[in-house]
Design a protein around this ligand. Structure first.
Ligand code: DAH
Length: 344
C-alpha cells in the first residue's frame, strides 16, 4: 500500500508539473483527490487495516493528499498569474480600433462652402423664418393675391380662411425671395447678402423634385448695380465652387419680383461646355432664376422708387450639391440613409 501511495504521488507530481491550463489542473484534482479517486479508495480502505498498519498508512496517505493539494494550489496560482500577465500585455503593432466620427450632411457642407465664398466677397448672410406670412412670401415681392405668378409655386398653406383679408394667410415658405423685403425693411443700401434656407413646395416628388429643399437667394443693391456686376459675381462664385472655370449665360425669363428676369445657366461642369449627356449636348446647365430687382419690391420695403438698382437670384442648393458630387436623385438628401450620407 505504501508503494501504491508513492506511485500515485509520483504520477500526480509529474502530471501537475506538465499541466498548462486551469482546465487540466482541475481534471487532475478531480482524478487524484475527488470522491472517485484512487486516493479516496485507499482512505476508505483504511478501516479494514490492522491497527498497526493504520497507524503507518493513515498519516502517510493524509500527508500525501495534503502535499498533492498544495502542489495543485501552487500550480493553479502560477497558471492564473500567467493569464493575468497575458491580459495586460499590449501588442503595440496590433491595428487600432476605428472610432466612428459624426460628420456634416452633404447639404451642410455645400451650404458652408457657399457661405465661405460669399463672405470672402464681402457678402452678409441673412435669414428668415421657414413659416412665413403670405405677405412676405408673395405680396411684398410683387405677387399679390390674384397674380398668376403664384400658380408657379404649389404652396403648403398653414392658414388661409375663406373671406379673409388679403395677404393675411400663413405659408410654409415657397422661396427665400421673401427675405429680400424682410432685410430691406431694416437695412439701407448699399449691401450684398445671401440667404440660404429651406423652402417647401406642395408637389409630387421624383428624382429631381422634392417637397422640401434649399435655396440660396442673393440680393445686391446700390445706386449703380448692373447685370454686368451680377454676371461677374456669379461666374466668380461658380468657378470657386466647382474648382474650374465656369461661364454664365442669361436667358430672358419671367419672375414677378424682377425686371428684366433671367433664367441662369452655367457652362457644363462635366464637359466644360463642349456638350455631353449631363447637359443634353447643349453645353449649359440651368441652375436658377435671376434678375434686376423690381421697383415694386423696393417700394414694398419702404424705399423710394427709382433710387436704387439691384440684382437678385435664387439658386437651388441641392442642384449644386448634385452636380458637385454627381448625385442622381434629389430624394437621397432627406432619405436618412447612412449608406448615402456616409460617403461625404
Ligand atoms: N424665387 C424663385 C423660385 O423659387 C427663384 C428666383 C428667381 C429668385 C429670380 C430670384 C430671382 O431672386 O431674381 O422659383
Amino acid at each position: 500500500m505504501k508503494e501504491q501511495i508513492q506511485k500515485i504521488k509520483d504520477n500526480a507530481v509529474e502530471q501537475i508539473s506538465d499541466a498548462d491550463t486551469l482546465e487540466v489542473i482541475e481534471e487532475i484534482r478531480v482524478s487524484y483527490l475527488g470522491k472517485k479517486s484512487a486516493f479516496n479508495e485507499i482512505l476508505k480502505g483504511l478501516k479494514d487495516l490492522s491497527p498497526e498498519e493504520k497507524k503507518k498508512i493513515g498519516p502517510l496517505a493524509n500527508d500525501t493528499k495534503k502535499e498533492i493539494q498544495h502542489l495543485i494550489d501552487d500550480k493553479k496560482l502560477a497558471l492564473e498569474s500567467v493569464i493575468d500577465e497575458k491580459k495586460e500585455w499590449i501588442d503595440v503593432t496590433a491595428p487600432g480600433h476605428k472610432h466612428a466620427h459624426g460628420h456634416l450632411h452633404p447639404l451642410s457642407i455645400v451650404q458652408r462652402d457657399i457661405e465661405d465664398t460669399f463672405t470672402s466677397m464681402g457678402f452678409e448672410i441673412a435669414d428668415g423664418p421657414d413659416i412665413e406670412s403670405e405677405s412676405y412670401n408673395f405680396d411684398a415681392i410683387n405677387m399679390p393675391d390674384d397674380h398668376p405668378g403664384r400658380d408657379m409655386q404649389d404652396t403648403f398653406w398653414i392658414s388661409r380662411e375663406d373671406g379673409r383679408k388679403k395677404g393675411t394667410g400663413t405659408v410654409m415658405r415657397t422661396q427665400t425671395s421673401g427675405v429680400q423685403v424682410r432685410y430691406m425693411e431694416k437695412h439701407k443700401p448699399p449691401f450684398r447678402i445671401i440667404v440660404p434656407g429651406r423652402v417647401f413646395r406642395n408637389e409630387a416628388t421624383d428624382a429631381s423634385h422634392e417637397h422640401t429643399f434649399h435655396q440660396f437667394e442673393a440680393l445686391v443693391v446700390g445706386e449703380d448695380v448692373s447685370v454686368a456686376n451680377f454676371l461677374y459675381i456669379a461666374e466668380t462664385f461658380f468657378s470657386e465652387f466647382f474648382g474650374q472655370e465656369i461661364k454664365a449665360r442669361l436667358r430672358p425669363s419671367y419672375f414677378p419680383f424682377v425686371e428684366p428676369g433671367f433664367e441662369f445657366d452655367i457652362s457644363c461642369t462635366n464637359c466644360g461646355g463642349k456638350g455631353c449627356s449631363t447637359c443634353s449636348r447643349t453645353g449649359w446647365i440651368e441652375v436658377g432664376g435671376a434678375g434686376m430687382v423690381h421697383q415694386n419690391v423696393f417700394e414694398a420695403a419702404g424705399y423710394d422708387r427709382d433710387v436704387y438698382q439691384g440684382f437678385a437670384w435664387g439658386f437651388g442648393l441641392e442642384r449644386l450639391a448634385m452636380m458637385k458630387y454627381k448625385i442622381n436623385d434629389i430624394r437621397l438628401f432627406h432619405s436618412g440613409d447612412v449608406r448615402f450620407t456616409k460617403q461625404f
